[in-house]
Design a protein around this ligand. Structure first.
Ligand code: SF4
Ligand code: SF4
Length: 341
């Protein structure tokens, strides 16, 4: 069958995920000055109202998934597209579509939290010489936590919250500056938050992708949707040389070498296994379990779908927030004391 080298897949993924991480870091930096502008009555960051509004990158709304879930319900039930944080909804829908196409491709290729998680366990491996695994019985129990969190949010937002209540919430001051509240979560960190994040960091050093594997409700939802994905990673036993590289390198700890096809909701579609497989035809992506798909093409589809959704949103005016300069000027100075209605 011969050998094959698909290392480029890993580099492409690192470039994409870390590139996006750096971009969002920059977006967060700009957003900090945007908020400061309103907190200091315009002494920080000067310009016309239009240039100030444009200094805020809408992509930061990607960190508002609960708002996006509410907005999605409103869009489906009432046909109203959230104009306050439209990009949150666009990014959320793009992630759902990606999960339908290639597993949790959003987690594996795009999510900046996934990139940090990846970096931290690799750092842990450098420090301790290896990563650790949680005993199987505890691992199953812990993995259910993210599904419980997901079920809670779906119950509260999708099942319990009526559409008119969502509409009211979206039109209120709290939601208009939900992104500012998110910024304060980091810039005005409480002791509880600092301790929790430090604990998470330490656990992530020891255990691969601790946050993604056990706690992330976003990933849990994408994992369930990924069951319906027609694309799966399939192992051809006849071509497999049983080197074990796929299992050894899978960040989701899946026993790829022993599987016929990877169906687990833990699979992030990162294609690390495929990129490490040295035997031609042993590990591929297949469409509906039959036709092999070039992994480079699958990665290309992820990029096109995600950035295509953003491009489409920009073209159709569903990307920039409708919150005006005057509204920010009125609400941001009271943000610290503004509580959830
Ligand atoms: S099975 Fe392959 S694609 Fe899925 S998480 Fe593991 S390494 Fe990534
Ligand atoms: S499928 Fe896994 S075990 Fe088989 S050759 Fe590829 S990397 Fe090695």
């Amino acid at each position: 069958m011969g050998n094959i080298d698909r290392t480029y897949l890993r580099y492409a993924r690192y470039a994409l995920q870390w590139g996006l991480f750096l971009f969002l870091f920059y977006a967060g930096y700009r957003f900090y000055f945007f908020v400061e502008h309103f907190l200091t009555q315009g002494t920080v960051l000067q310009g016309t109202e239009e240039t100030i509004l444009r200094s805020r990158f809408p992509s930061i709304e990607g960190f508002l998934p609960i708002g996006a879930l509410m907005a999605l319900k409103l869009w489906i039930t009432e046909g109203i597209f959230d104009s306050i944080h439209p990009s949150a909804l666009v990014i959320f829908v793009a992630a759902l579509v990606l999960a339908l196409v290639l597993k949790k491709g959003f987690c594996g290729w795009i999510c900046p939290v996934g990139a940090i998680s990846d970096g931290v366990w690799k750092l842990g491996k450098k420090i301790f010489g290896r990563n650790f695994t949680i005993p199987r019985y505890a691992d199953y129990g812990l993995r259910s936590v993210k599904y419980i969190l997901m079920a809670f949010f779906i119950y509260v937002v999708v099942l319990k919250m009526p559409s008119f209540a969502i509409l009211q919430f979206i039109g209120g001051d709290y939601y208009k500056i939900a992104d500012v509240k998110m910024l304060f979560f980091f810039t005005e960190m409480s002791t509880t938050t600092a301790v929790s994040l430090s604990l998470l960091f330490i656990l992530s050093l020891f255990y691969k992708n601790f946050w993604c594997r056990y706690l992330c409700p976003y990933g849990a939802l994408l994992g369930l949707i990924s069951f319906f994905s027609p694309l799966t990673i399939t192992r051809n036993n006849a071509a497999c040389i049983h080197c074990g590289k796929c299992t050894k390198n899978c960040p989701s700890l899946l026993p790829v070498e022993q599987l016929r096809s990877v169906r687990s909701p833990e699979c992030t579609g990162c294609l690390t296994c495929v990129s490490h497989c040295p035997a031609k035809g042993a590990l591929d992506i297949s469409l509906a379990g039959k036709k092999a798909v070039n992994p480079a093409f699958a990665a290309f589809v992820i990029v096109v779908l995600f950035w295509g959704s953003i491009g489409m949103a920009k073209l159709t005016n569903h990307w920039y927030s409708a919150v005006s300069y005057k509204e920010y000027q009125r609400i941001i100075p009271q943000a610290t004391h503004l509580d959830h209605p």
